[in-house]
Write a protein that binds this ligand. Structure first.
Ligand code: C2E
Ligand code: CA
Ligand code: CA
Length: 337
C-alpha cells in the first residue's frame, strides 16, 4: 500500500507526491470489536512518527492509550479542582541583570500522578476539548500574578502567556483578552503573548491574522516563540509587529563550545537587529551559555541556568534573592571563613 501510494500522481496538470501513514491491527492481538479502534490508535501513533510511517498495534500502545484515556477523563476534574495552574519562569536582561519578565507555563498537580508538565497532558486537554479553558486559566492566573506582585512592590515589567493556535483562531478572542487586562487594571504592555513561529508562518489563515492584528492594535506585546524552527517568512515578522523573537533552545544548547551553534545564533541576532526587534534566548542552562549570549548581544535569557519554572508563591523569595544577587556582584578572590 505504502509503495503504491508513494508513486507520483498526475493531477491538475502537475505532479503530486503523496505518502501514507498506516496503522495495523490484527485479530491475533485484538478482539474483533476492538480491531478498528486498535488500527486507528496505531494510525494516530504512526502519524506522530512522521510522514510515511507504519505502526502496528501493541500491548505497549494499549497501555499508553488506557493511561491517556484515564487522563482525558480526569481533565474536567483537574480544572474544577484548580489542579491545573500557571508556574512561572523568569527572563533576565543580559545588560542589567534585571528581571525583564516571567513566562507562565502550565503545570497539572495531579492527585495520583504528581506534577505533570505540558508534554504529558496538553494532548489530553486538547482531546477533552478544554484548550480554551486552559487558555483562560493561564491568562487569568498570569494577570493575577502580575497584579499581586505590583501590590507587593515586586514589579516585573511583563508576563508572557502561550497562546495555542486554537485560541488564536477563536472569534472574540481579542475583546476577551482586552477585557481581562482592563479588569485587572493593567496597561496592555504588561501582557506579552507568545505565538509559535510555525503559527505565524500560516500566512493564509485569515482569522489568525486578523486576531494578531487586533492584539497588536490594543498594545499587547508579542513574542515569536521557538524561532528558527517554524519557517515564518521575514515579511511575516515585519507584518506581525512582534517585539521579540525567542531563539529556540535547540540553537542555544552548548553554543559556548560549538562554533556552528554560535554562528546560527549570531545570524539570528543580526537579523533581529536589522528588523529592530529584541531577542530572548531560551533553554539557557549554563553560565557559559549565558555569558556567550550576552557577549553576542542577545537582549534577554531564560532557562534552567537562571531558574526552573516555579509555583507562583515561590516567585517572591526568588525575586528578592535575585535582586540581592545583582546588587552584590560576586566578589572574586574574597576570602571566606
Ligand atoms: P515553550 O513555550 O517553548 O516553553 C519552554 C519550555 O522549555 C518549558 O517547558 C520550560 O520548562 C522548558 N525550559 C525552560 N528552560 C529550560 C532549560 O534551560 N533547559 C531545558 N531543557 N528546558 C527548559 P514546559 O513547561 O514543559 O512546556 C513545554 C511546552 O508546552 C511549552 O514550550 C509550550 O509550547 C507549551 N505550553 C506550556 N504552557 C502552555 C500554556 O499555558 N498554553 C499553551 N497553549 N501551551 C503551553
Ligand atoms: Ca513559550
Ligand atoms: Ca519556546
Amino acid at each position: 500500500l505504502s509503495r503504491a501510494l508513494a508513486e507520483p500522481m498526475y493531477f491538475g496538470g502537475g505532479i503530486v507526491h503523496t505518502s501514507a501513514s498506516i496503522g495495523v491491527a490484527t485479530p491475533e492481538t485484538l478482539e474483533l470489536d476492538e480491531l478498528l479502534a486498535g488500527a486507528e490508535a496505531a494510525l494516530s501513533q504512526a502519524m506522530r512518527s512522521g510522514p510515511g510511517s507504519i505502526q502496528r498495534f501493541s500491548s505497549d500502545l494499549r497501555d499508553r492509550l488506557s493511561r491517556q484515556s484515564a487522563l482525558i477523563r480526569s481533565v474536567d476534574t483537574g480544572f474544577a479542582n484548580s489542579e491545573i495552574r500557571a508556574w512561572f519562569q523568569p527572563q533576565i536582561n543580559t545588560d542589567t541583570g534585571e528581571i525583564s519578565g516571567f513566562e507562565a507555563l502550565a503545570r497539572w498537580q495531579h492527585p495520583q500522578l504528581g506534577t505533570l508538565a505540558p508534554g504529558e497532558f496538553l494532548e489530553a486537554v486538547r482531546h477533552a476539548g478544554r484548550m480554551p479553558a486552559l487558555g483562560h486559566t493561564m491568562l487569568e492566573q498570569a494577570l493575577a500574578a502580575i497584579t499581586f506582585r505590583d501590590r507587593k512592590k515586586l514589579k516585573v515589567p511583563t508576563v508572557s502567556v502561550n497562546f495555542s493556535p486554537d485560541e488564536l483562531r477563536e472569534r472574540g478572542m481579542v475583546e476577551r483578552v482586552k477585557w481581562e487586562v482592563d479588569r485587572h487594571n493593567l496597561a496592555p504592555e504588561r501582557l506579552t503573548i507568545e505565538i509559535l513561529e510555525s503559527v505565524a508562518a500560516l500566512s493564509n489563515d485569515d482569522i489568525i491574522l486578523r486576531n494578531i492584528d487586533g492584539l497588536r492594535s490594543h498594545g499587547f506585546r508579542m513574542d515569536l516563540d521557538d524561532f528558527g524552527t517554524g519557517q515564518a517568512s521575514i515579511a511575516n515578522l515585519r507584518r506581525f509587529g512582534v517585539q521579540r523573537i525567542k531563539i529556540d533552545r535547540s540553537f542555544v544548547t552548548e553554543l559556548d563550545q560549538d562554533e556552528e551553534q554560535r554562528s546560527i545564533v549570531a545570524a539570528i541576532l543580526s537579523l533581529a537587529e536589522h528588523l529592530k526587534v529584541e531577542t530572548v534566548a531560551e533553554g539557557v542552562e549554563t553560565q557559559a551559555e549565558h555569558a556567550t549570549l550576552a557577549q553576542l548581544g542577545c537582549d534577554h535569557v531564560q532557562g534552567f541556568g537562571v531558574s526552573k519554572p516555579m509555583p507562583f508563591d515561590q516567585t517572591f523569595a526568588w525575586i528578592n534573592q535575585h535582586r540581592e544577587r545583582i546588587q552584590k556582584p560576586p566578589q572574586i578572590g574574597r576570602k571566606t571563613g
